[in-house]
Design a protein around this ligand. Structure first.
Ligand SMILES: [Zn+2]
Length: 200
């Protein structure tokens, strides 16, 4: 993933000093002599040049979380991303995924309700433990979406396995599930509808 940079593998932590009664004393704030990362205590919040690592601790009382309306790097996302078990992935990054009975996320197809609804988009190629987007903005320069009102800007699961489309599926038993809308030719706002129609 391009937005994640390589971590320093050999942190050498030293405590920052504070002044107490005119004496220098070590504080609970540490910095790495090699990379400059900061951390509070031993297993808690880490701050690097590239990210804030909360170590599964909560962030409380946040006024807003701002997403990028167009990620600056191709094939990256801004939003809610988790690591999940991906069973099949026919089309790589941006492929719609549905949850199979065994809990794997597999490549979705609008051919029938057996391979929908789409609940996530692949953020990595291949299968296994992979990052997937649950909600947010994804940029893929290979896309060429049309923006606009009505059904123009909406994006659906395609009947071609692993693809998205702006042409509403129209065959018998095919699934019509809006999964988001086009922010630009290369970007979608992925907000999958959990309500879908099966074509008669
Ligand atoms: Zn380091």
């Amino acid at each position: 993933m391009a937005e994640e940079r390589a971590d320093c593998k050999r942190h050498k932590w030293i405590p920052l000093l504070g002044i107490d009664k005119e004496r220098s004393v070590p504080t609970a704030l540490f910095t790495c002599l090699r990379c400059g990362d900061l951390k509070v205590g031993t297993h808690t919040i880490k701050i690097s040049r590239y990210r804030l690592d909360m170590g599964e601790l909560p962030m409380n009382s946040i006024a807003s979380i701002n997403l990028m309306n167009e990620p600056s790097v191709n094939a990256t996302a801004s939003g809610l991303v988790i690591t999940a078990a991906v069973g099949t992935n026919a089309e790589g990054i941006g492929a719609p995924l549905f949850m199979a009975a065994n809990g794997n996320l597999n490549t979705a197809s609008a051919v029938s309700s057996a391979t929908t609804p789409c609940v996530a988009l692949a953020m990595e190629t291949g299968t296994g433990s992979k990052k997937v987007l649950l909600h947010g903005v994804l940029r893929l320069d290979a896309w060429n979406w049309t923006t606009g009102p009505g059904t123009n800007g909406l994006i659906y699961v395609s009947t071609t396995t692993g693809l998205l489309t702006q042409a509403q599926p129209s065959g018998t038993d095919e699934v019509i599930q809006p999964i988001g809308w086009a922010l630009s030719d290369d970007c979608i706002y992925f907000t999958p509808s959990m309500m879908y129609l099966t074509h008669v």
